[in-house]
Design a protein around this ligand. Structure first.
Ligand SMILES: [Zn+2]
Length: 123
């Protein structure tokens, strides 16, 4: 087999450089698109956005009244400003389906931390 000329080697090398640059550009574009997609479909983002909406705030208020101003876990008094919305079945298990009011309880932040992603029977 004849050796490729150094001219041919240079050409191949240049082609390879162009392909690598193209690959790098595609990789970056893909990563950007994926990041955007994740923001759109991340159920946690979706939930936080919903919680800031009028509907979310209203539902949190209703749930607070329903729980009689008490933490659903330790049953102690809970200030509305402190109340965190706990998902009974966690987002990590159910994805966006976890984001419905029947799946919410209001808790102290510390109680929420204690529970983590354990599934608790609140009643
Ligand atoms: Zn509590």
């Amino acid at each position: 087999m004849p050796h490729p000329s150094s001219q041919r080697l240079m050409e191949l090398y240049n082609e390879m450089q162009i392909l690598l640059e193209r690959e790098e550009k595609l990789r970056r574009e893909t990563e950007n698109l994926l990041q955007k997609a994740r923001k759109v479909i991340d159920p946690r983002d979706e939930f936080n956005k919903w919680l800031r909406s009028l509907e979310g705030k209203t539902l949190k208020q209703k749930q607070y009244e329903y729980q009689d101003g008490k933490c659903a876990y330790c049953k102690e008094t809970l200030r509305f400003e402190d109340a965190v919305v706990h998902h009974i079945i966690p987002i990590s298990k159910l994805g966006r389906k976890a984001n419905k009011p029947e799946n919410f309880k209001l808790l102290h932040p510390s109680c929420n931390l204690k529970i983590g992603t354990q599934i608790i029977d609140f009643d």
